[in-house]
Design a protein around this ligand. Structure first.
Ligand SMILES: Cc1cc2nc3c(=O)[nH]c(=O)nc-3n(C[C@H](O)[C@H](O)[C@H](O)COP(=O)(O)OP(=O)(O)OC[C@H]3O[C@@H](n4cnc5c(N)ncnc54)[C@H](O)[C@@H]3O)c2cc1C
Length: 345
């Protein structure tokens, strides 16, 4: 029998975001699959009523919250106090939180303070023989493990995009406010503002249906003997603007940027997909001008449908790594696709 605390912070508009709702689904599944367990919702934020009402029909036995202006910003010292207070108030044995940057930063500290254990980068929860477990991947997403722990409290940080977000009727939740006393020192850090690129310049979009990968071929000499990085940039940005796809890259292309060559200016190492890059999750992926070598394609593990455009019929994508390989000039194909997208718009 476990007391499962779903822990989340409210967004700027007071609601709960998608990652939080995915964590709620996982927490709820654990509570219903473990006989005699209860689910408690714990929220942190300025005013948490909107968020609590949003999940009022989730089946939580209690809604506990630490609320007030001190708990609006993402700040280690105050988030630590708030999360610890909620875990204690709920007598939680298992805590499920979304792996947002905010909780990723603070929950290991809460676990240490409460003498618990924590697992990060969790992709799902399971129940086997009446025991709770988690799934997560090791060795650059090559091996999946199921982990069980006897130590409590057990903190679980669930990676976004791994499960379905909870949805249900909005109602009115009765929220128990939990006090979390702060010292002046804990309020010392202030958040002066948030610097973020405008939505259109933000090329990494984890929720996009399509991952568009650009490889080093975009910068290489083409059949006319010349490189065309300016046209490559226009074609790629035009496609991203029309489709809102997420932009990935091969290592070769982002390394070229680092070495100061004439390359795509909007590309950074954050876009790199692969063994030493990221392993994004999208229903579809389209690779262009990228050879598809193993260190790159290992990052495509969670891309359900894979297509590639390459001039070379013997490129690595052809060795069973893509569902469809278009043997074609990506410049020509993308010119045509962008024209079709413009015509449709
Ligand atoms: C330890 C280690 C870790 C690594 N980690 C990563 C990683 O995380 N991610 C990663 O990506 N790589 C990684 N690599 C590098 C990887 O092995 C490859 O070198 C890299 O992915 C190659 O990038 P690329 O396919 O874009 O470039 P290239 O190998 O240069 O391929 C360019 C491709 O573009 C095609 N092309 C050119 N013009 C056109 C056109 N007009 N139309 C269509 N196709 C065209 C060519 O046919 C060619 O196949 C790693 C390597 C090592 C050793």
């Amino acid at each position: 029998m476990e007391t499962i605390l779903f822990l989340a912070q409210t967004e700027a508009n007071g609601s709960l975001g998608k990652a939080a709702l995915e964590a709620l689904s996982a927490a709820k599944a654990l509570a219903s699959d473990l006989a005699g367990s209860i689910l408690i919702a714990g929220l942190v934020g300025g005013d948490v009523q909107v968020g609590a009402d949003q999940i009022s029909s989730c089946g939580a036995a209690r809604f506990v919250a630490v609320a007030g202006p001190d708990f609006v910003p993402s700040r280690y010292s105050t988030d630590l106090v708030a999360a610890a207070a909620l875990c204690t108030a709920a007598s939680a044995t298992i805590i499920v939180a979304p792996a947002t940057s905010r909780w990723n930063r603070v929950l290991a500290g809460v676990s240490q303070r409460l003498d618990g254990r924590i697992d990060a980068h969790v992709t799902g929860t399971t129940v086997a023989n009446g025991q709770p477990g988690i799934t997560r991947w090791y060795y650059r997403q090559r091996m999946e493990a199921v982990v069980q722990r006897t130590r409590r409290p057990w903190f679980i940080l669930l990676d976004p995009g791994c499960g379905e977000p909870w949805s249900g009727a909005v109602g009115t939740a009765s929220v128990e406010l939990v006090s979390a006393a702060l010292t002046d020192a804990q309020r010392r850090t202030t958040v002066a503002g948030i610097q973020a690129p405008p939505a259109d310049q933000q090329t990494i979009r984890p929720d996009a249906k399509l991952l568009f990968v650009a490889g080093a071929g975009w910068t290489k000499a083409q059949p006319d003997g010349k490189a065309h990085p300016e046209e490559a940039e226009t074609l790629i940005l035009g496609f991203l603007a029309a489709t809102k796809a997420s932009l990935g890259s091969s290592k070769s292309l982002v390394d070229l940027s680092g070495e100061g060559h004439a390359v795509l200016k909007f590309m950074t190492h954050l876009n790199q997909v692969g063994q030493t890059g990221s392993t994004p999750r999208h229903p579809k992926g389209l690779s262009t001008c990228c050879h598809g070598e193993e260190p790159h394609t290992v990052g495509w593990r969670f891309i359900t449908e894979r297509r590639a455009i390459n001039l070379n019929p013997n490129c690595s994508w052809a060795q069973g790594k893509a569902d469809v390989l278009y043997v074609a000039d990506a410049f020509e194909v993308m010119r045509k696709i962008n024209a079709l997208l413009t015509a449709r718009a």
